[in-house]
Design a protein around this ligand. Sequence first.
Ligand code: SAJ
Length: 406
Amino acid sequence: MVNVIGLGYIGLPTALMMASHGVEVIGTDYNKELVATLNAGRTTFKEEGLDELFNNAVKAGIKFTTEYQVTDTYIVSVPTPYDKFSKKVDACYVVSAIRDVMKVCPKGATVVVESTVSPGTIDRFVRPAVEDAGFVIGKDINLVHAPERIIPGNMVFELLHNNRTIGADDRNIGEKVKALYSSFCQGEIVVTDIRTAEMTKVVENTFRAVNIAFANELAKICRHDNMDVYEIIRICNMHPRVNILQPGPGVGGHCISVDPWFLVGDYPSLAKVIDESMKTNDAMPDFVLNRIYEIMKEKGLSDIGRVGLYGLTYKENVDDMRESPTLQLLESQQRHLASGLKVYDPFIKKDVVANQYHNLDEFIDSVDLVVIMVKHNEIKENVEKLLGKVVLDCHNIIALPEVYHI
Ligand code: SAJ
């Protein structure tokens, strides 16, 4: 039986996927409300195909509880935030989950850490937590790191099809864990050592962060001299070895805006390109704020209450607001002791910020300038509703005469 610890964005789909492929699974989370919701038959976030997967897993017998189980295999998928000052990974949740597992697990158990951690975290924090509990690693407890790779918005498909990495001290244990993931994963599974697995995960997200930063920097250069960054990227990408990503209002989510900082935190004098890239991406919400100011001046608009931000989530067609550029922008505005921007997101049903609307028509009617912060399908399918409005399109998706870009 597999005990999945942490039933969030990664742990829940992983647990459901294993259960619906014949693995006996019990999911554990310390959040009583979350466990109660799952036990009442409801999922805790929206994701394409998740409800169906949930129903299959429930039929297959998955259980949810707040208790840690006595078993031979544990998968730890708890959050790994970064310390805002040092930029280093904050492994407190991983360590506390490991300590709790150590209280119940029998000798011979395998503990798989799925949470993203910086290279060396397992050596520095996880091994001591296991040893402090009186276990000998490799003899009593087997340690494995199997970082996840799935993208919010396409999680179920990617869980089934992405290649995976498994890092283990002992190759045989690595192969055993590979067999477990092979119950559902149709991609190639590479078995390597733990530190390599830790590093690959962080490097993958860093690669994307650096490339997004490059696109954002181009947008700023082009804005300065009034060049069309989108046309330039489109043409450059026709070169067989060039593939530039898209500029945007910032980078959100719990991965690309977080993981690269781990390398900056651990290697401050070496990770220069990464450091600059993260600063470039983090500065984008302020850049948008400044664009709003410029456009308001140009159009003679003076009432900030007639400016609306479309989108609160960190990217399109998900209900996840973690580190979202819109929240960053609103916070920056508050830091300048200003307020009043209107906000709307079709995926956010609760009131989470001031001046929030829950109906697209009412939102558009109440503003003169609409800022497209997130390219949800909803707005792409309702472009005509923006006719007559001034639009700042941060994603180049709106084909109307009076559209501004970042
Ligand atoms: N973004 C841009 N321009 C682009 C692409 C993305 O500004 O051209 C922005 C998005 O709007 C968003 C942010 O970047 O705010 C991140 O979005 P994303 O869709 O690129 O990635 P995430 O954070 O949802 O998921 C990433 C994925 N990593 C990679 O693609 C290398 C996913 O595979 C990982 O599993 C996930 O991080 C994770 O959990 O680490």
